[in-house]
Design a protein around this ligand. Sequence first.
Ligand code: C2E
Ligand code: CA
Ligand code: CA
Ligand code: CA
Length: 278
Amino acid sequence: NAKEQNVEIRRYIPSMQMKAKERLKLENDLRRALERNEFYLVYQPQVQLETEEIVGMEALLRWEHPKRGIVSPVEFIPIAEESGLIVPIGDWVLRTACQQNKEWQLAGYRHICVSVNLSMRQFLQPNLAGKIDALLQEIGLDPCYVDLEITESMTLDKETAFDQLNRLKRLGVFISIDDFGTGYSSLHYLKNMPIDRLKIDRSFVSEVMEDSNNAAIVSTITSMAHHLKLKVTAEGVENKDQLHFLRQQHCHEAQGYLFSKPIKAAEFEAAFLKPLLG
Ligand code: C2E
Ligand code: CA
Ligand code: CA
Ligand code: CA
């Protein structure tokens, strides 16, 4: 019968196709995740090395799947990106992160900046700056407290990236290049891009003490950032030795498990904002 046949056929489906099926299932679930309120944000502090003050936080997306539990963004962001779902999801992330930041400002905490990751599709929207402008006006959040993290690959189409970044800079938001050093980007146009900060990729920082090549890369990126008058943040800082090295290099800021894993809003408030009061 048909059911048996199905089982027989499935036995011969190569694993790639099974993966495609699995992926389609995840995409369908992702399609409903927004309306079902399955997303939430976690926040990770960004610490100024000179003062050890919290100067910012990165908002990171989490998906609590009703059956699978927490699905990693590494797994679902690419699917969201390819299906185009990243645009409404990204809008939700921006809105939620900005609203949260405004709420904390209204509660009387010291004002800090919230970093939000942008994906390629979002970045390519011609009306992105207009959308963000309208959002910030609606919420009443000053654009100087918003940082947009893009990756090097988004700047490869130089003309488009340049126009988009200029529009965003005119709004007054902060722009960071995430995972810096892992993509291709010509130093020549890095020089001309209207950006504010480089975030050194975790892969270099994590082995900075063990691998002298990584140490050289971190030190070079940091010094280049200083020369270009860009801020520089190290990501993935997990221990004191790494922190010490980064201080020696005059890296401005650090982010990583040494300070905190990304945590839910209420936890972040209790651990990092309340202590700043008074
Ligand atoms: P990312 O933007 O490079 O974010 C940093 C990732 O490193 C986060 O993983 C964070 O939890 C992790 N991390 C931070 N400190 C440490 C550390 O000290 N050690 C280690 N081992 N890991 C650390 P997460 O949250 O799983 O996010 C993974 C990636 O998913 C992000 O990488 C980003 O590319 C993407 N992503 C997350 N949220 C969003 C979002 O709202 N929109 C978009 N477009 N992408 C997102
Ligand atoms: Ca990031
Ligand atoms: Ca990163
Ligand atoms: Ca990354």
